[in-house]
Ligand binder design. Structure first.
Ligand code: DGL
Length: 269
């Protein structure tokens, strides 16, 4: 048993989409979350910058005595997972792409046409294709970057004509030309526009990595005898900019329960 909190982080509020699943499946676990809302989006930044930011955040989470670091961000997972695992060999570091790749391999066959959508960083380094291949070969996978989604979502522009146009801009021809039947939301912000995507393309089977990561968290904690029991820790959410949208999301997710919100910023070296 280990009652210390789990550290989660993302470039902004996207990683919060994993938390309702954690609360549903592992209600005893408590968290420290960091959203880098002042420096989001990461997905169009240089890999060296993403690495620098991620190390700052992981150091901060470690200073909060977390028992595990969960990278609730596809962009950071695709660029920094190995680095962070090497830097913190004493605690488990879990990325979001491998659990989703496992799910894709479980539910898809060579008959399917799988579409991966994500940030420029995640798509350009083929992180999903590589991870899926470790579980299954012979799958049809196409991918495309949708760089405007994250800034719009961070602004709270979700159920709006601008978002509908943006989705159509990136996905209309991608889905038609590649006959996509299975869409992977390869960025943790995208579950926040899942309804809008489903409205436009109702026949798609959608895979949400924010849900798939929970089973991996459970397995790693359970294998290491680190599951929490009756922890009195108060869930704590840090952000580098306490934007209204970030605060509204937390209030919606944790309505009626106790949590703490705090500001934390980093110097750009
Ligand atoms: N939620 C991050 C991801 O999963 C968004 C990245 C960004 O800041 O561009 O990739």
């Amino acid at each position: 048993m280990d009652n210390r909190p789990i550290g989660f982080f993302d470039s902004g509020l996207g990683g919060l989409t994993t938390i309702p699943y954690l609360a549903q499946y592992l209600p005893e676990e408590k968290i420290v979350y960091f959203g880098d809302t002042a420096r989001t989006p990461y997905g169009s930044k240089a890999v060296s910058t993403i690495r620098q930011f991620s190390m700052q955040i992981a150091d901060f989470l470690k200073s909060k005595n977390v028992k595990m670091i969960v990278i609730a961000c596809n962009t950071v997972t695709s660029t920094c997972l190995q680095l962070l695992k090497q830097k913190y060999p004493d605690i488990p570091v879990v990325g979001i792409i491998d659990p989703a790749a496992k799910k894709i391999a479980e539910v898809c066959t060579g008959e399917n046409h799988i579409g991966i959508i994500g940030t420029k960083a995640t798509i350009s380094n083929m992180a999903y294709e590589t991870a899926v291949r470790n579980y299954k070969t012979g799958l049809n996978i196409s991918s495309t970057a949708c760089p405007i989604f994250v800034p719009l979502i961070e602004e709270g522009i979700v159920s709006d004509d601008i978002m509908t146009l943006s989705i159509k801009h990136y996905l209309d021809s991608f889905i038609t030309e590649n006959s996509i039947d299975t869409l992977v939301l390869g960025c943790t912000h995208y579950p926040l526009i899942r309804k809008e995507i489903e409205k436009l393309y109702p026949n798609l089977n959608i895979i949400d990595p924010s849900k798939e990561i929970i089973e991996r968290i459970y397995r790693v904690l359970s294998d290491n005898d680190m599951l929490a029991k009756d922890s009195s820790f108060e869930n704590t959410f840090y952000a580098s900019d306490l934007s209204d949208n970030f605060l509204n999301m937390i209030n919606t997710i944790f309505e009626g329960s106790n949590f703490r919100v705090a500001f934390k910023s980093f110097d750009i070296k």
